[in-house]
Design a protein around this ligand. Structure first.
Ligand code: NAP
Ligand code: 8YV
Length: 327
């Protein structure tokens, strides 16, 4: 391959994020490793040589997209792409891809695990044992909360939400949901508003993307509607929850407990949530198995390879679909 052909498919890959994906990209493509600020600081010729950017978790804003004049594709690691300005990329004719489907089962498993851990206080019970309290103080106290007879509302019955719902069916609980549009392939009761869903349910599982529309959608009013036995589980995006309102609701007993895998300003977790004994907190691990992260990375690589070889991609984000249709 000539130097000209190689540079026409030069790929920038973020320094942070999944190591196996970065290494495999470096083995397969002519790669430049750098965070967005490092790419912005490159000279004009170097920036002009970059045709693809694989972001393994780093933000891609309009400024970076405009600084890379020959950028054709942004391949993002993860299904949520709120860190990429996909609307601006589409305007510039840059295709954005993400990694849907391959993580549904892992994230749904984690959501169910987080729900059970939150209700049955399993992490706290383990700490009880490890601290020797089983011997010194006796059995761990009975948990006031249980999954039995719960009405579970799924906020975001999409790919992952459906995988959560299928698992919940096995537990025999009632399942309701809220999306902007009603699905025609499920019989679960549909709620046209989140307020209606929260009013009908005592357990809310949030799996919506982080967008301008969903920002702080779960606020003090929604939490109050869940009631004093209410439980919130969030495996979607932290920005969807008003964390100040949640901290107060947990403190005041407006709801009973919360299980959170995602936070608004990761890795910073508000002190009120760290202080809440009725919060079960995870460091954004829902998809974090070797198996699933590698499947996500492979999809990043496949999208880039397919783009450079055939001008098509496997999994464009909705904003980019029109750019690859009919190819
Ligand atoms: P998806 O298939 O697109 O599902 C999203 C669902 O949310 C859809 O059913 C959609 O239905 C609904 N929705 C979107 N905007 C809404 C709004 N404003 N109001 C009400 N409903 C809305 O996406 P997915 O693959 O299931 O992933 C969902 C999200 O999970 C990702 O975007 C990501 O942020 C998060 N996630 C987190 C982790 C983790 O590690 N914790 C892992 C993977 C994914 P309508 O279009 O009909 O509204
Ligand atoms: C990953 C995620 O943790 O896919 C998503 O939207 O939030 C997770 O699977 C994240 O993308 C890792 O960088």
């Amino acid at each position: 391959m000539s130097e000209r052909e190689r540079s026409a498919r030069r790929v920038a890959v973020s320094r942070r994020g999944h190591g196996w994906t970065r290494q495999t990209l470096q083995d397969r493509f002519d790669c430049v490793v750098g965070e967005p600020d490092e790419l912005m600081a490159m000279d004009e010729a170097e920036r002009a040589s970059i045709a693809g950017f694989a972001t393994l978790m780093s933000p891609v804003d309009a400024g970076l997209i405009d600084a890379l004049p020959n950028l054709k594709i942004i391949a993002s690691f993860g299904v949520g792409y709120d860190h990429v300005d996909a609307a601006h990329a589409a305007q510039r004719g840059v295709v954005v891809t993400h990694t849907p489907h391959v993580l549904d089962d892992e994230v749904a498993d984690t959501a169910i695990g987080l729900l059970l851990n939150t209700l049955r206080e399993l992490p706290r019970a383990e700490i009880w044992l490890r601290m020797g309290k089983w011997s010194s103080e006796g059995a761990y106290p009975l948990t006031p909360l249980t999954l039995r007879d719960r009405k579970v509302g799924i906020f975001g019955l999409g790919r992952i939400g459906m995988a959560v719902a299928r698992r919940l069916e096995g537990f025999g609980v009632a399942i309701h949901y809220h999306n902007r549009s009603q699905r025609d392939d499920v019989a679960y009761p549909y709620h046209a508003t989140l307020a209606s869903l929260a009013h009908a349910c005592d357990t809310l599982i949030s799996v919506v993307p982080g967008t301008a529309q969903t920002r702080h959608a779960i606020d003090a009013d929604i939490l109050a509607r869940l009631g004093p036995d209410g439980v919130l589980v969030n495996v979607g995006r932290g920005s969807v929850v008003d964390e100040t309102a949640l901290g107060e609701a947990l403190r005041a007993g407006t709801i009973a407990a919360a299980g959170l895998d995602v936070f608004e300003d990761e890795p910073n977790v508000p002190q009120a949530l760290l202080d809440a004994p009725n919060a079960c907190l995870l460091p954004h691990v829902a998809s974090a198995s070797v198996h699933t992260r590698q499947a996500m990375g492979q999809l990043v690589i496949d999208n880039l390879a397919e783009w450079f070889e055939r001008g098509t991609v496997r999994t464009p984000v909705p904003e980019a679909a029109h750019l690859v249709e009919g190819r």
